[in-house]
Design a protein around this ligand. Sequence first.
Ligand code: HEC
Length: 184
Amino acid sequence: MSETDPQQIPVARPKHDIVLRDHIYDGIQEYDQRLPNWWLWTLYAAMIFSFAYWAYYHRTEIAGTQETRFQKEMAAVMLAAASGGADLTDDQLWTMSKDPTVIAAGKQTYVTTCASCHGPDLKGGIGVNLTDAEWIHGGKPTEIISTVKNGVLAKGMPTWGPVLGQTRIAEVAAFVLSHHSPPQ
Ligand code: HEC
């Protein structure tokens, strides 16, 4: 085949280190290059990072596994709750709302103290529904605590602060929160 042969499909003339594969489909010929170094390095870096991440978070106690970090956070929360609970933050209360022990304790208080008005399934009765997204006095954990503590006497919600004390109020609030999910 000469260069002027009309049958010959024109292909890129190899220049520098451009390597072409032999086959031609529909007149298209593929490059067969080595991947660029910057690309290869992002791959190697991702591999090294993923191994380090796995080792750090899942295999060693340096950062702690998800489980031990949760336990540590819970211990801090319970300490705050035991010392009066006044300083509990929204985040800490959300954390409490995921702890089965706290939920069980809160449920016990709820059943004996709140269910008569708010219903056994928290769906309301004399008192309002506590599972929906509608809050008259705010649905943030600290707002719920303050409603339960101070009550809404004019509307028939008793003042629970002196009756239950901080710890049981925090627990029952955590139980109510366990029917909700934290804002993303
Ligand atoms: C005697 C009846 C009664 C009991 C018992 C009672 N509540 Fe209430 N609760 C109400 C009423 C009525 C309201 C609505 C207040 C309003 O309209 O402002 C209310 C409101 C609330 C709210 C605010 C809801 C909102 O939308 O902001 C929370 C939270 C709450 N109650 C939690 C509790 C918890 C926890 C207990 C148990 C410790 C409890 N209540 C016991 C009657 C009761």
